[in-house]
Write a protein of this length. Sequence first.
Length: 254
Amino acid sequence: MNDTDLLYARLSDKRAECLRTYAATFTSFLDLPSCALAASFAKREHTDMVLYGGYPDAERKLCVFLPDYAATVEDCFAPDDLPLCVFRATAKDPDKMLSHRDYLGSLMALGIKRETVGDILVYEGGADLIVLSSVAGFLIQQYNTVGRTPIRSEIVPISELRIPDVRTEEIRDTVASPRLDNMISAAFRLSRSAAGEAISAGIVFVNDEPITKPDASVAEGSKLVLRGKGKVTVKSFAGESRSGRLVVLFTKYL
């Protein structure tokens, strides 16, 4: 079995459990490629499923199968019984700046599986880590330093998640056409051949869907993700340059 077959088997088991128990069932956290596969599975099986990461822009999400009486995850769980919660870490040294990598690395050092942790939202002085509720108790007992920096910790409901202000910058460039390889090249400052290789490798996503055709057309307003490089949105097409190339404005998330 390859990774896709294994994921489909897990999804099939969760779907069957939902049908058998008439209650919501859910996977562990899935990354972007796995979320796309889960959506494809749900479409193929004609089943009710939502991807739930705790807030609208979450990148790592649970696949939740819903019974037919429910339209949302909240319909199936009491507020204190949701499958996700927030582990809030506050650095005891207010001048110590900790990064996403610091938090994730220290979690892995504890033996925490990546699939039990969703997005890590870092802000000045600390971070909110979205985690499966099932691991929250262990984290409170064992997760008390990030690297060598002591932290104060608490568990709060997902409704109290702190979403940091989004920092962006505008990128202006020109492309020969709105082909995906042209757009990825311009947005992420790559050569067109490198952009094409990334697309063919399956690490480029358009509106959370993996696209592997370099000549796919990109529409205004699309979200483009290159794994390992970040995320941009196509803010607008702003006419033509003097040389006849298409002017594109991107919003890049920092």
